[in-house]
Design a protein around this ligand. Structure first.
Ligand SMILES: CC(=O)SCCNC(=O)CCNC(=O)[C@H](O)C(C)(C)COP(=O)(O)OP(=O)(O)OC[C@H]1O[C@@H](n2cnc3c(N)ncnc32)[C@H](O)[C@@H]1OP(=O)(O)O
Ligand SMILES: O=C(O)CCC(=O)C(=O)O
Ligand SMILES: [Zn+2]
Length: 447
């Protein structure tokens, strides 16, 4: 039983106490791989299944090189059994001598396996559906057949001394006993990885955690995971899988894939840099992300979404006055990801009625003008007055600030609205103008 003397003895003055653990850092877990994961980049396999995708050989090579330069661990390619050109492209990419290991993705079938091992790949990803939906309506095979063909294909690929991964398609709608028994069997004969796939995007993070953690207790090999984004959980599920002990995450650039795709590479980077900045920065050339996304977006003829992780046009734009003030004082107040880690810049928006005098003061300083705080506040009020009437852009606000400054310094009384013109400019044409001028044209560069 502790006495009051013991309590006094244990009591340490504040300065001597060990630092409190940050509440934002997860509880350490020796099975977690959030600080030690690998990316299997599947833009050239899953991504080719995206509705708009057509990659000719030159484009595939360009994308493969860009992925390699970014630092992904593996590049997964479409099955060489898909078409003659797919096979030739696979061979061509294998010959590039990239740092990333090259994989191809095949059905659990000896015909596909025989073609795959001849392409020069570093490894083969084998998949077969195990849910009753796929067993009945896709390939029509039962679990006994799946076991037998899996063992045959795996032994064959292993005999060629290249990596082999076995994955169950539609894992989250498969019977748990079926799953664990096939994974145990393939682990026993020595696969490099087993894969779990949320093929229809039905799983939530708790299910992912439970399945991966259970599997971690059953197999010795690495665990790869693949998450579709139909219900918006692809990044959260990937992160949770790593927490539960998965070792590899499948991604594609911008998340492109079947239907609305899979875990996006950029979104995963955003999530993981918050978990372990040093690890992510040491492995991946994050400043190349934007170019990589632009390359793929152009190839598949889509725009980068406005709300894209990291590279969306407003991902680091701060608008409301309360945010702007705090961001100017310390960017960590309203930013969990530092844009500089990705070679990007943050912006403080000041051309709106939501702005505040701190943002306008910062703009006054950028324009190399000098006004007292009281003057900045008065000028801000004028800007907000006009912003209540119509949409403003940077030029409008700069003109008001300059006119206000001129009036103050010369004692003149020119109406501020003259600086921006009194004619009605409709909001639509201003918005169009802003887009033409580049997305951040009405924002101030800062910090
Ligand atoms: C969830 C995923 O994304 S898995 C990866 C998907 N990738 C691809 O489909 C690659 C591109 N696919 C193709 O080019 C073609 O589908 C091919 C070459 C693979 C097969 O073409 P086809 O022989 O004309 O068959 P089709 O595409 O109509 O049907 C799929 C066939 O594969 C079989 N199959 C489906 N999944 C598997 C599997 N995992 N393992 C073994 N066989 C499978 C089906 O039973 C069906 O064969 P069947 O016609 O003899 O019944
Ligand atoms: O091979 C895998 O693990 C995943 C295959 C696939 O694309 C899927 O199931 O959605
Ligand atoms: Zn998929």
């Amino acid at each position: 039983m502790s006495t009051s003397n013991d309590i006094k003895k244990d009591f340490k003055p504040l300065g001597e106490r060990p630092p409190l653990r940050s509440p934002y850092v997860g509880v350490p877990d020796f099975l977690s791989n959030v600080s030690n994961f690998k990316i299997i980049e599947s833009t050239l396999r899953e991504g080719e299944q995206f509705a708009n995708a057509f990659f000719d050989t030159a484009k595939k090579i360009e994308i493969a090189k860009a992925l390699d330069d970014f630092g992904v661990d593996y590049i997964e390619l479409t099955s060489p059994a898909a078409s003659e050109q797919s096979r030739r492209d696979c061979e061509a990419i294998c010959k590039l001598g990239l740092k990333a290991k090259i994989l191809t993705h095949i059905r659990c079938h000896m015909d596909d396996a025989r073609i795959a091992v001849e392409t020069g790949v570093d490894g083969v990803d084998v998949v077969i559906g195990t849910s009753s939906f796929l067993r009945e309506h896709s390939h029509g095979k039962d679990m006994d057949y799946i076991h037998k063909s899996a063992i045959e294909v795996i032994e064959f690929v292993k005999s060629k001394n290249i990596e082999i991964r076995f994955s169950s398609e539609d894992s989250f709608r498969s019977d748990l006993v079926d799953l664990l028994s096939i994974y145990r069997a393939v682990d026993k004969i020595g696969v490099n990885r087993v894969g779990i796939a949320d093929t229809v995007g039905c799983a939530g993070p708790r299910q992912v955690y439970d399945l991966v953690r259970t599997l971690r207790g059953v197999v010795h090999c690495d665990i790869e995971t693949h998450f579709h984004n139909d219900t918006g959980c692809a990044i959260a599920n990937a992160y949770t899988a790593l927490e539960a002990g998965a070792t590899h995450i499948d991604t594609s650039v911008l998340g492109i894939g079947e239907r609305n795709g899979i875990t996006p590479l950029g979104g995963l980077m955003a999530r993981m840099i918050v978990a372990d900045r040093d690890y992510v920065r040491s492995k991946y050339k994050l400043e190349k992300l934007r170019d990589l996304e632009n390359l793929v977006a152009e190839a598949v003829e889509v725009n980068i979404p406005f709300n894209n992780y990291i590279t969306g046009f407003c991902a680091f734009t701060h608008k409301a006055g309360i945010h702007a003030k705090a961001i100017l004082a310390n960017p960590s107040t309203y930013e969990i990801v530092n844009p500089a880690d990705f070679g990007l810049t943050r912006y403080v928006h000041f051309a709106s009625r939501l702005t505040g005098w701190n943002a306008i003061k910062s703009r006054v300083d950028q324009l190399d003008l000098s006004l007292t705080d009281a003057q900045v506040k008065e000028c801000t009020a004028k800007i907000k007055q006009l912003a209540d009437v119509r949409s403003l852009n940077v030029d409008d606000v700069d003109s008001i600030i300059r006119q206000y400054h001129f009036n103050v310094k010369t004692g003149s009384n020119t109406p501020l609205l003259d600086a921006v013109g009194r004619s009605d400019i409709d909001a639509d044409s201003l918005a169009k103008k802003a887009i033409q001028n580049g997305a951040n044209s009405d924002a101030a560069k800062c910090c």
